[in-house]
Design a binder for this molecule. Structure first.
Ligand SMILES: C[S@@+](CC[C@H](N)C(=O)[O-])C[C@H]1O[C@@H](n2cnc3c(N)ncnc32)[C@H](O)[C@@H]1O
Length: 337
């Protein structure tokens, strides 16, 4: 965390330092809980922020106290200039820490270049170690490519190497222990993520998800877990495994929400600012960036004002458990997970 004064403080006193930036809504996998296999509602490319536009937004966001940028998507490494994006962020005044959430498919080819460009660490999504299941869960036969990507990330020194796993009932819920065993062998820092109501098909159900409690109960059958005391604004609850130093994390967004310490804002690939994954409102930064009637200074002031307006409007929590909760119109792939 930087020692710069946080300026993006909401009405509940939460200081925002972390920006999740979606580089594209396109993805090379079709994870069933994220995107239907035949999804085709892509953002038109003319609406995607250019890299210059993205740098303008990030320069202002950094001036307002953002010191951590996580690149995501869609699959961020599908953006042809992903390495250059990292290099340019790293060359900004007061560069933020840069991390990446990826399905890993392009990491084998790009991990070294990403590291050289200034990427600090990666989270790789991997829900199963079984090839047939991987095919069924993602609609692509690419498990070996993910594993090669993880090896390349390790070789490139992208540490800590985190692995994100979503468990689903009747699909891969029996893999909690095998995943943790493998993570311990490979030196991956495993985190289980509760399935959230962010699928394009609107199929999520509170009664058909694997909860943090169930996961902890399951892995406790083989491993001794003790809570890691300091959590801060991190979404994962961490546990030492068998006394540590290895840990396992649980991101229990649904059953144990951590909104009270949220320090995150989100920028979609088409330049919309969101104050929460589950927000139903967005603020349009692209329209400001492309307003030919504005000077460069006016564009920056427009972005700054919207950053503050977005933070000021942030609700205390995501409200999944509220009877009036309505799932966002965009799926996770289009918001940026
Ligand atoms: C949307 S993906 C984007 C980045 C990249 N393509 C990847 O696979 O990591 C980011 C993370 O969101 C998770 N995710 C997607 N939909 C989800 C949902 N409905 N509930 C929980 N996690 C979800 C994925 O498992 C992945 O770990």
């Amino acid at each position: 965390m930087s020692d710069r004064e946080p300026k993006l403080v909401d009405t509940f006193g939460r200081a925002h330092r972390d920006m999740r930036v979606s580089l594209t809504d396109r993805c090379s996998l079709r994870c069933t809980y994220c995107m239907p296999a035949d999804f085709a509602d892509w953002i038109p490319s003319a609406e995607l922020l250019t890299t210059d536009e993205l740098m303008t937004v990030l320069e202002v966001a950094i001036e307002e106290g953002i010191d951590e940028v996580r690149l995501t998507g869609g699959e961020p490494l599908l953006r042809p200039d992903a390495v250059d994006v990292v290099r340019r962020i790293n060359a900004l005044p007061q560069p933020p820490r840069i991390s990446l959430t990826t399905n890993g498919l392009r990491l084998a080819a790009q991990a070294g270049a990403l590291r050289d460009a200034g990427l600090e660490r990666v989270n790789v999504s991997l829900d199963t170690l079984d090839r047939e299941r991987f095919k069924a869960m993602t609609h692509r036969d690419r498990l070996d490519d993910v594993l090669a990507g993880l090896a390349a990330a390790r070789a490139a020194g992208l540490e800590p190497l985190k692995v994100n796993t979503v468990l689903m009932p009747g699909v891969n819920e029996d893999e909690a222990i095998p995943m943790l065993r493998r993570a311990l062998e490979e030196g991956w820092r495993l985190r289980f993520i509760e399935q959230m109501p962010l699928d394009a098909g609107g199929l999520w159900s509170r009664t058909r998800m694997v909860t943090a409690e169930q996961i902890l109960e399951e892995i406790s059958r083989e491993f001794d877990l003790t809570p890691v005391p300091v959590r801060g604004s991190a979404p994962a609850e961490e546990f030492f495994v068998d006394g540590g130093p290895e840990t396992v994390g649980i991101i229990a967004s649904v059953t144990r929400p951590f909104c009270g310490t949220c320090d995150r804002m989100r920028l979609t690939a088409d330049g919309q600012l969101r104050n929460c994954l589950f927000a139903r409102d967005e603020l349009d930064l692209r329209v400001v960036l492309r307003d030919e009637g504005l000077s460069d200074a006016e564009v920056r002031e427009g972005i700054r004002a919207r950053l503050h307006r977005s933070v000021a409007a942030k609700l205390p929590g995501h409200g999944i458990d509220d009877p009036s909760f309505i799932q966002p119109d965009r799926p996770m792939s289009a918001i940026g997970g």
